[in-house]
Design a protein around this ligand. Sequence first.
Ligand code: SF4
Length: 500
Amino acid sequence: MAQAVESTRLGYASHMPRLSKSRLMSSLQCARRVHFEVHRPELAVYSPATQMAFELGHQVGDIAIEVYGQGRGELIPYEAGLGQALQLTAGLLRGPRDEPVFEATLQHDGVLVREDVLLPSGASWRIVEVKASTKPKPEHVQDCAIQAWVHEGAGYPLESIALAHIDNRFVYPGGGDYRGILVEQDLTAEVRELQTSVPLWVQRAKEAVAGDEPQVPVGQHCFSPYECPFFTHCWPQDSAFPVHGLRGSRKKLGELVSAGYRDIREIPAALLNSEDHLRIRRVTRSGQPEILPGAGEFVRALPYPRYYLDFETIAPAVPVWPGTRPYELLPFQWSCHIEPAPGQVSHAEFLDLSGEPPMRALAEELVRTLGRSGPVIMYTAYEQRVIEGLAERCPDLANALQAIIERLVDLRPVTKANYYHPAMLGSWSIKAVAPTIASGLDYAQLDGIAEGNQASSAFLEAIRPGAPAERVAAVRRELLEYCRRDTEVMLRLAAFFAAH
Ligand code: SF4
């Protein structure tokens, strides 16, 4: 009763929007976030990584239905609306308990949950929450506590609650048989302990939604446990070199923003103690790029022929090809610019959109193209990881691939140590460096795919059975252009350094 009186006082009793579990989780991250999700959803900007995480969640959810259902059970549809989903769920949960229920939709005290998997257990139920991660995380326990609270509050018995996450040792046998990909961890004891806190979380979330826009300082919580989609709204963007362009500790950046700083150039050096921060500030204030002689010396010492190599990969949570594991790094494409001698450049590339496992053909073609001598230049050690994976997968090519690994030269540490341009805004990624060394190299100018997550998603879309031919052709063109851009930038970066 006391809570009802408080609710009325706050003015949310009659018109309060329902709180979904995900909104309640958002409120635990930040009161301002949940307020924006309800009142200013148009401000949200979801990064490609976040969008990919959503997609992944759906894929793993579909697999859970196959694994736990094995052709049995009821899936509660949402398309016909919330009312019908609630009604269907109630009908099933009150009936005989003998089959699994997927996406059971329940509400209690204005909080709505959809339970991934609900399994009958005698006169009670067992909830299984499905996640695409490879281990439980603290936020998963909060997520399960909310579900348990709503489930019991709605009047249904609950025997236990578990988290099913991906087992990355699972090897896909093929034929759509994913039994064994999910491994369960019982969270009942942790959830019971946390469950008593849920009413307070709900009350706080309702207050955050019903009240004025909460004033929450920015900081580490904007990125953890989830990347907040309101970053571009809350973090100052109204200067040429915004403070978040210092990168590094988000806590530190949040403190600087809270202290009123908007631009890197305004921050007193005495407030910074990291070498990188001091360097970024110094170069930004000078307005001129910094190029130290070490970069040119390093590049000029590299012999010919030179090979500039980049891979595109997928690492699907749900394996696509038999014999592969969840999240295994699998290349499907490479680009290589080749400089046999100063001033001579050719290009080679590999891309397989047939839908068959491309790794073997990709490795053979790579070994043929890279020959036996000359540095193989990469940007970050990612290419080394990919080649090591290929060597494991193709033991008969392991020696040839190992010989390539021994020729690898990483251009990133050299760049990091010797080059900074104010426009890089604290990032030495190839995409940040590219537009600072030559016009026409900006990835934003690419037509379509412009970053790695997009490349992976587009590849998986193109190899899906029945993918329209025009879409496949467009993906082919975009992937070739994107991967080629990476190696072209490396080639141009080496030339840029050599000239300084
Ligand atoms: S960006 Fe940070 S402060 Fe703003 S809503 Fe998100 S978590 Fe809260």
